[in-house]
Design a protein around this ligand. Sequence first.
Ligand code: BMP
Length: 452
Amino acid sequence: METKKEFFLECYQLGIIKFGRFTLKSGIESPFYVDLRPLASDPKILKKLANYMLDMLPLDNFDLICGVPYAALPMATAMSLESYLPLIIKRKEAKQYGTKKILEGIYTSGQNCLLVEDVVTSGASLLETIPEIENEGITVSDIVVVLDRQQGGKEILEQKGFRVHTLFTISEVCAMLKEEGHLADDEVERINDFLAGNVVKFKEEKRISYEDKLALCEHSVAQKLLEIALEKRSNLIVSADVTSTPELLALAEKVGPHIVALKTHMDILMDFDADKTILPLKDLATKYNFLLMEDRKFADIGNTQELQFSYGIYKISNWADFVTAQVIAGYESLDCFRNVGVVAIIGMSSKGTLTTADYREEATNIALSHPNVFGGVSQYKIPNELLLFTPGINLAETGDGKGQQYNTPEHAFSQLESDFIIVGRGIYKADDAEKAALNYRIAGWNAYEASL
Ligand code: BMP
């Protein structure tokens, strides 16, 4: 049997609630926006919705059913079909000609009509509709609502003597969405603030500059990266996902002047050799002033990571300036990266990633508190004390058909307040990698400046 929560999550998939910053008809700013009309476009969901609503009601009390136009019309129709309660239709405005009727359908005076509404906010539209129905000699005792926005409407209607049955309340819905990782703590807080009648504070402040970050970030690698960024007027990291040393070195030579760091996956090289790969790469890093970021994404217990970091054929600790690591194994697993900086994987760019809001929150707490960590990889904002690295950047594509999801540099800097963009295929697959690196460098720097 499907639970009410499972049913709600199915409805949520249709985009019926959005979170962010919305100006309501009244001019008030709301942290969420509800529109239940999409429910009518999914017949299975509409039918289930009708039954969930009917299950809450003393059906013997009613002779008729009527939806408040327009959003509740399909809901009332579906409920009528499921319960055999006869439907009447209320016009939004009385007909200008002919009968000038406000109610359409078959009814007689003295009958009791169940009213259906999609969302109740202040109750104003119901209070307008009810007298129009009662003027026709029909009584209204019960109102059934899909979602109560909890802004006083239900209480006002109840004070006037109506029984109000609600399937979901906004707080219940937020709790379910939080549990499922769709809502972060600060969003829930903002919603609670709004429901408590307070003026909601939306963050207005602009992102902070690299100069200010330099004062804030204590880790030596973070400072070095920020210094290079300011010197080269670049926030570009190229992801060198090539599979041979000649390709790697050729790419580093081309993009070197434009980047703050070269990101490697050393384990994809077919011909890795410490002398032939690392020594010339280090020379290029010195020549063009960029750092080496090994995207190893360590994800094991501390002891194993320590071995993976310093032993085997790659001996990452000998040459990488900083590495990426998952925080899945907990705080202490990061202790082994003593002589380098760590960028923690907080959220991933791929479709269906398990890095939910709750996970990201916990991962951020570890990243903030661990002295080896100076940054995070994420597709969401992270605290200013950490540098944000954003992969999944491409000026031409929106995805790669393998789960990768791309955004633009503008999105990274203005929406996420990112510090560094990471570009792979957008550059190394380009016909002219140097020109592509220059384009991304300019796009990244312009987007950064525009976001200040
Ligand atoms: P591309 O721009 O070609 O999609 O490459 C992105 C690079 O960033 C890859 O090396 C990938 O491993 C890495 N990356 C990512 O795409 N998303 C993440 O969430 C984390 C990553 O490190």
